[in-house]
Write a protein that binds this ligand. Structure first.
Ligand code: ZN
Length: 330
């Protein structure tokens, strides 16, 4: 059996979102080293604040300041911090109920002593980031603190209840939006059937698998017949020629992918390779886009630098296929 392939893949994009009045005030507050919660009608203070009461769905907007000190209500140890997490060294994820709040704020707790030195009920305080921009990362992390120790003007509400300062959240230059980079790193393994398909493509051959029950040949193979629900294993070489079963004209240029740097308009088609019972898709070249048609006979054009995947398909010059021969593959 050939090697089952694996490849590291990354999906990454910046997610831009605008902020309503409550989130704007919260993040602007963090920039100014002030934590704001929102008060519900029944007197609870939610931190981080939300725009609607999660119990009654009532719109919320009464902002109150809570303390930068609080109590750990639960925690989990993070042995191996990942890229872009709050701390580069092992730390605890903690839910902290800040003094004056009724809900927990999730953040990192920096405890050099390891997991043995974290406990529910421990007192912690915010360590502010040196440079703040109006984001949750303006809180660098939490750190343990001894309530007996003076903490300066921002930490003066140690357990005695916060000193609410109405109007303290009216800062200039409010934060109105954030960009949250989203990134997913993962390892993709196409499995046995598709690995064999990809190995064959490297040698410019197209190999599918035949269902032992309905005899259909699937290209690319998925390792099982979706109709019969049985495993497929019989390898069948198909093509290289095929028939355009249906197609579309692409008028939007792909600008971010180098190998799709193709002038528009162009045609992207479903192509039933000879011997296959499933159409795959590919670009049609070597013919004006408005002359591509259903039934057009095509063959693959491989990239100059070896196999891998056909760059596109071009007309073979054969007469068009009869509709009856491919109508089941539409
Ligand atoms: Zn089948």
């Amino acid at each position: 059996m050939p090697d089952v392939l694996k490849a590291p893949l990354v999906v990454e994009f910046p997610f831009t979102r605008s902020l309503g009045p409550v989130q704007s005030a919260f993040l602007t507050g963090l920039r100014e080293q002030v934590v704001l919660g929102v008060r519900t009608r029944d007197g609870r203070t939610l931190v981080p604040p939300v725009e609607y009461d999660p119990v009654t769905s009532e719109e919320l907007g009464e902002l109150v300041e809570v303390a930068p000190t609080g109590t750990v209500t639960t925690w989990a140890w993070n042995h191996e911090p990942r890229r872009a997490q709050p701390l580069a060294t092992p730390f605890a994820w903690v839910l902290v109920r800040l003094d004056g709040a009724d809900t927990g704020l999730l953040h990192a707790l920096d405890v050099p002593g390891g997991p043995g030195s974290v406990h529910t009920g421990m007192r912690v305080r915010i360590r502010w980031a040196a440079e703040r921009s109006g984001a949750i990362t303006d809180i660098a992390c939490f750190e343990p603190y001894d309530p007996a120790e003076p903490t300066g003007p921002k930490g003066s509400h140690d357990g005695a209840g916060p000193e609410l300062r109405p109007g303290a959240h009216r800062f200039g230059n409010p934060v109105t939006g954030i960009v949250a980079p989203a990134r997913l790193d993962y390892t993709y393994s196409p499995g046995r059937a598709q690995s064999a398909y990809l190995h064959a493509l490297a040698g410019r051959r197209v190999v599918g698998e035949r269902c032992p029950s309905c005899r259909k040949v699937y290209v690319p193979p998925r390792g099982a017949c979706p109709t019969c629900g049985v495993a497929t294993s019989e390898r069948v070489e198909v093509g290289p020629r095929g028939t355009v079963t249906t197609y579309c004209v692409v008028n939007i240029k792909a600008t971010h992918t180098a190998n799709l740097d193709i002038e528009v308009p162009y045609v992207y088609a479903h192509i039933a390779l000879d011997g296959a019972d499933l159409a795959l898709h590919g670009r049609i070249g070597g013919i004006p886009y408005d002359q591509v048609r259903m039934g057009l006979r095509v063959e693959p054009v491989w990239p100059r630098d070896g196999g891998g995947h056909p760059d596109h398909y071009r007309p073979t010059g054969e007469p068009d296929a009869d509709y009856e021969t491919y109508k089941e593959l539409l």
